[in-house]
Design a protein around this ligand. Structure first.
Ligand code: SF4
Length: 376
C-alpha cells in the first residue's frame, strides 16, 4: 500500500531541485494536487527537455495488416479467431495503396499493428518490410509491429528475441514500438489478456530489441478497470527499465535530447481505452482524468524526453495535453483497432493545428524518417 509523508510543497521542492518523485509521491499528487499544480509541475519537467511553447506532431496511419488473432484480450473489439468470418490479411498491394495515400496526405510515418496470426510466418513479415523499404526508401518510416506481436512471431518462429530482431533488421526494420503494454502489471494481464505474455516477457523482449540496435518506445493505455496503484506501477516499471538501459550504457545517462535517435525509450505515449463492442465493456474515462494522468506521467518519467498526447482517442481535446506536460502528438488518418471500439478520426488537420496554436504552442512537423523538424 502506497502512503506518502510528503506534502505538495515537499514534492514541488523535489521537482524544482530536479530530484525524482517516488511512487508514494505520485499517489499523493494524483489524490491531492489541484489541476493547476499538476499542470505547472508537469510543465516544469517538460521545460527540461523542450522550450515552452514548442511542440511537434506527425501525420501517420496505423495499418492493421491482419485482424486474425489468438490472444483473445477481453478489451479488444478488433480481432477474429482463425477461420472466423471477417478475418483478413492485407496483400502487399493493399499495404502499398495505404502508404501511397498517406504520402499524398502529407504524412510519412506508418505503424503496423495486427494480431497474433498463426498463419503468418516470420518470412511474411520480412518480405513485407523489405518490399516497403525497397519501394519507399527514406520517403517514409515505419513502426514494424508492436512488442506484443514481435514476441508472438519470435515464439512462433522458434527463435530467441535477439535472433528474431536480427532477422527483422536485415529486412530493413528500424523500429518496433512498445505497443501491447496496456497496463504493465502481472495481475492486470491475468485479468484481461492472459495469452499476451507476462510483464517480465515484455521487458525481456524490449531489452533484446534495444540490444540488437532497434529503436523502441514506451506506451500505456488507461481507462479499463485498473487501479491508480497499477497505473503508478506501470510508470515505475517503465522508468526503471529506462534506468537499466542507462546503467548498462545502452543509452546516454544525460537527459536524452528531444528528437534523439537513440535506440531506447525515446518517447512515452498514453492513450485511453475505448469500451464499445468489447467483451469487457465499461465506460470511457473523462478527458480531465486523462490530462491529469499525462501530467503525472511527465513528472514521473524524468528519464524519457518525449511525452505524446493521443489525438486518436481524445480528439481535439488531446491538445490540452500540451499544457499538462506533453510535447508531441499524432494526426492519425486510420486505426481500425481503436475505431472499431469507438474512436473517431478527424482529417481536419488545419483545425487541430490551429487548436494547438490557440493554446499557445507552435507545432513543428517531426519527420521520423529523416530526423528533422519542419514548421507547420
Ligand atoms: S488487443 Fe491485439 S493481441 Fe489482444 S486480441 Fe486484440 S489484436 Fe489480439
Amino acid at each position: 500500500m502506497l502512503t506518502s509523508s510528503s506534502t505538495l510543497s515537499d514534492i514541488r521542492a523535489k521537482i524544482t531541485a530536479r530530484e525524482r518523485i517516488s511512487s508514494e509521491d505520485a499517489l499523493y499528487l494524483w489524490r491531492e494536487a489541484p489541476d493547476a499544480d499538476m499542470r505547472s509541475l508537469a510543465s516544469q519537467v517538460r521545460a527540461r527537455f523542450h522550450s515552452p511553447g514548442a511542440c511537434t506532431y506527425l501525420v501517420m496511419r496505423i495499418i492493421n495488416y491482419t485482424n486474425v488473432c489468438v490472444a483473445q484480450c477481453d478489451y479488444c473489439a478488433f480481432y477474429k479467431l482463425p477461420g472466423q468470418e471477417g478475418g483478413y490479411v492485407l496483400t502487399h498491394e493493399q499495404v502499398f495503396a495505404k502508404l501511397d495515400e498517406l504520402l499524398a496526405m502529407g504524412g510519412d510515418l506508418v505503424g503496423f499493428n495486427g494480431g497474433f496470426n498463426p498463419q503468418l510466418s516470420l518470412d511474411y513479415y520480412c518480405d513485407l518490410f523489405r518490399a516497403i523499404r525497397q519501394r519507399y526508401g527514406e520517403r517514409l518510416e515505419f513502426y514494424a509491429l508492436t512488442i506484443a506481436e514481435f514476441m508472438y512471431l519470435a515464439d512462433h518462429a522458434n527463435l530467441s528475441y535477439l535472433a528474431a530482431a536480427e532477422r527483422l533488421k536485415q529486412a530493413g526494420v528500424r523500429w518496433i514500438t512498445g505497443g501491447g503494454s496496456e497496463i504493465l502489471t502481472e495481475d492486470f494481464r491475468r485479468r484481461h489478456s492472459k495469452f499476451k505474455y507476462t510483464v517480465a516477457d515484455y521487458f525481456a523482449a524490449q531489452r533484446a530489441l534495444v540490444e540488437s540496435g532497434l529503436r523502441t518506445s514506451a506506451t500505456m493505455v488507461i481507462g479499463f478497470d485498473e487501479t491508480i496503484e497499477e497505473r503508478i506501477e506501470h510508470l515505475e516499471r517503465t522508468r526503471a527499465f529506462q534506468d537499466s538501459l542507462i546503467s548498462a550504457s545502452l543509452i546516454s545517462a544525460s537527459p536524452v535530447a528531444a528528437g534523439s535517435t537513440d535506440s531506447a525509450l525515446s518517447s512515452f505515449l498514453c492513450w485511453t481505452y475505448k469500451p464499445y463492442f468489447t467483451q469487457l465493456g465499461g465506460i470511457e474515462i473523462t478527458t480531465s482524468e486523462y490530462l491529469r494522468h499525462l501530467a503525472l506521467s511527465r513528472i514521473y518519467l524524468d528519464n524519457i524526453p518525449r511525452i505524446r498526447t493521443s489525438v486518436l482517442t481524445q480528439n481535439e481535446r488531446a491538445l490540452e495535453g500540451l499544457l499538462y506536460g506533453a510535447d508531441d502528438f499524432d494526426l492519425p488518418i486510420e486505426d481500425e483497432v481503436t475505431q472499431l471500439a469507438g474512436a473517431t478520426i478527424s482529417l481536419n488537420f488545419d483545425k487541430l493545428l490551429a487548436t494547438a496554436r490557440t493554446l499557445g504552442f507552435t507545432p513543428t512537423y517531426r519527420h521520423v524518417a529523416t530526423g528533422w523538424n519542419q514548421p507547420a
